[in-house]
Design a binder for this molecule. Sequence first.
Ligand SMILES: [Zn+2]
Length: 371
Amino acid sequence: MQTIRHPLISPAPGTQRELVSLHYGQSGAQKAYIQASLHGDELPGMLVAHHLRQQLGALEAAGQITGEIVLVPMANPIGLSQFMLHAHLGRFELMSGENFNRHYPDQVDAVAHAVASQLGADAAANVALLRRALKAAVLASPADTELQSQRRALLALSCDADIVLDLHCDAQALMHLYTETPCWPACEPLARFLGSRLTLLAQDSGDNPFDEACSQVWWKWDRHFGGRFPIPQACLSVTVELRGACDVTHELASADAKNIVDFLRWRGLIAGDKPALPDAVGDARPLAGSMPIKSPVPGVLTFLKDVGAEVKAGDVLAHVIDPITAAVTELTSPVDGLFFARDFLRFANAGMRVAKVAGREALRTGKLLGA
Ligand SMILES: [Zn+2]
């Protein structure tokens, strides 16, 4: 295992943060890239990375890693260090207010123009050419701030990978995945290995989150060249929501790490007998059908349903109680679907989104991700 340090732009004299990447196997075969806790206060992925490191170390010692595996066990040193009044604030940079998982730079057109004259009839050669050009474009992209240099370093490590896993979590939730629709055929086996009940599909959901920055280049290049050259969807990129923020246990993390290793073995990055594909325990649904449950009034929030419940339109999911008037407001599901995530706060502001139900119909339009 090789350790590489990636210094970020220093925001102030005497201050220097860095990303650390751990490299297993060798380049030339398939590449997997796995990062944890891009939202600095989402810790389940960091514990999974800890267990992955031990499992990958043992596999490497046994000479079993046949692909290239890059692990960034802590993807956001800026967000990890942000505390205010004893609360950990790792989702938005305090300097800019920007979400750490948005605004990854788009290199689609620049790379398309750079390689247009060199593409041909060989799909594998096109993939290799596009990956080299993409990595060069990412490394050459401007970065003025510490946050921009963090985004650039993460994208440079991941943009040429076959498999990208971005380990996040929700507040209180089932294991679920986000991926772009063209990635679903390659993601379906991953969902089985991880035991995911739900994969939310979208294409270009808005504001360029990290996973889409890695996957969207392929279908956008294919569209750009209008089928004149074979350009496959060469990157499976997935945001893995490792349940809720407090689901940080060795039992869950070691099992999740083993399931990731099994998937990588199934995909051929690790030697040994290919594990059997587990039965599916869930399905894929449109991200545009994931319905936010908003509270129209402020008050004490108490849930009547646990995550994992299959609910019907009109089912009461929660009560919001005004402590002064004793008024009880029912929050109901707008659709039939899977109640898969809810907030961990128990006070709702007026208009606050407090839960999510995944239906089967795409009902929303516009930007599909929350803040
Ligand atoms: Zn997150």
